[in-house]
Ligand binder design. Structure first.
Ligand code: GLY
Ligand code: MN
Ligand code: MN
Length: 416
């Protein structure tokens, strides 16, 4: 399946970079200490173009003649004894669909010989290569969507098991163990990113990784975790009460976040700017916090003044694919992904297209570092009810995150 996906990807890349020579080496092992390496993860662009999940390979692509040259590691008996065998030249040629096959030690020589024949060469760092790859990877094929749905199926199951298991007295890492056990059992060999399991105040730390606190009755637990299948990520967040019982205060905030997520998801469809999806979520959160008495004023004015960033300091989501924060094509008329609004950052700032995959993940957090900042207190003294906000400083945060395929008419939410 991966080789088939990669063949199509190479064809598309060759169309975009038709007048040059394209080449790349994949990742290699990274040494942790003495004889131990870090867990191997292939470079995502290399994986996209070759379907090879193992270390030590390289390729050269010649668009003009439609040739695919593959370079494989030359392994010795020591390697076979300690690490195991890999497909040999003939097997690799067949498995990976190469036109010509060499050992890796031929890579530099072949590259040198061939580059002389071309005016243009595209290395994996060249802007043309990166731009073409980000355009291509943004839109997923049917086969890619299948792998993404499998990753999501596994993560969804893991979340359900972890939620059932969580109870007061356990440590965050014990819930993490249940989650990751399911992911491994179901066939995911890697996580898409380090699992976030945060209880109480930790749930307001956006990328909390310590996972070392004890779950207490009355607190919330936020789990943000996703499995990876053949390189394809899933990314799910759920927040729930540790004891299974919502307090009114928790449920009120949860309802606002859920409403923001529902409204955002219903606005997703091909052609819609992701920035506008974000705006819907921010406005819904501002309206919700106003009706709970934490803010006062018109939501559009609060948004204009950046009040949303106090409680919702991240974007509505990001592209998802071979990377959890996947590559996105830069908008044609912009130099960066930044929204021109102080302190805000949208990872994906362009119109959505059919078969792009994005996360939709609004949240409300009570983050002391933001909410106890004297300059913010002063700046927003007229519109934030600080005396009420003070009662939430131990609340933590709530985020709900799902993965969504953009369709012509709307979207397909395929998580949980
Ligand atoms: N898990 C990282 C994120 O939600 O963006
Ligand atoms: Mn995410
Ligand atoms: Mn996430």
């Amino acid at each position: 399946m991966l080789s088939k996906i990669a063949r199509e990807n190479r064809r598309n890349l060759c169309e975009k970079l038709a007048n040059g020579l394209i080449f790349s080496a994949g990742n290699n092992y990274v040494r942790r200490n003495s004889d131990v390496d870090y867990p191997f993860r292939q470079d995502s662009n290399f994986l996209y173009l070759t379907g090879i999940e193992a270390p030590g390979y390289a390729f050269i692509l010649i668009p003009k003649t439609n040739e695919y040259l593959l370079f494989i590691p030359k392994i010795n008996t020591h390697h076979r004894v300690w690490i195991g065998n890999i497909p040999d030249l003939a097997e690799s040629k067949k498995i990976y669909g190469a036109d010509k096959i060499f050992y890796f030690d031929e890579y530099e020589k072949q590259l040198h010989l061939l580059s002389k024949k071309f005016d243009k060469t595209f290395s994996p760092q060249s802007p043309e290569f990166l731009s073409a790859l980000s355009e291509l990877r943004f839109v997923k094929s049917k086969e890619e969507l299948k792998l993404m749905k499998e990753a999501a199926r596994i993560s969804s199951k893991a979340h359900l098991v972890a939620r059932k298991y969580a109870r007061p007295g356990l440590f965050e890492y014990q819930v993490q163990a249940q989650l990751e056990k399911v992911m491994l059992e179901e066939g995911a060999r890697l996580l898409a990113y380090p699992s976030i399991v945060g209880t109480g105040k930790n749930s307001a730390v956006l990328h909390y990784h310590a996972n070392s606190s004890k779950l207490q009755k009355g607190e919330l637990l936020l789990i943000d975790a996703g499995a990876e299948v053949h390189g394809y990520a899933s990314d799910i967040t759920r927040t729930f009460p540790v004891s299974g019982q919502w307090t009114t205060k928790q449920k009120d905030i949860y309802d606002v976040v859920q409403n923001a997520q529902k409204k955002s998801i219903s606005s997703v469809r091909s052609g819609v700017k992701f920035r506008d999806v974000h705006k819907i979520s921010a406005l819904t959160i501002l309206e919700g916090l106003t009706s709970l008495g934490l803010l006062k004023g018109r939501s559009d004015e609060l948004l204009e003044r950046g009040v949303d960033r106090l409680f919702y300091p991240h974007g509505i989501g990001h592209a998802l694919g071979l990377d959890v924060h996947d590559v996105v094509p830069l908008p044609k008329n912009s130099e960066s992904h930044k929204i021109k609004k102080p302190g805000s950052l949208l990872r994906l700032d362009r119109a959505l297209v059919e078969n792009a995959v994005v996360t939709v993940e609004p949240g409300i957090y009570f983050i002391p570092a933001l909410l106890q900042d004297p300059s913010k207190r002063k700046k927003y003294q007229d519109c934030v009810q600080w005396n009420k906000v003070d009662k939430y400083l131990n609340f933590g945060g709530i985020r709900i995150e799902d993965d969504v395929i953009v369709t012509k008419a709307g979207s397909d939410v395929y998580t949980l």
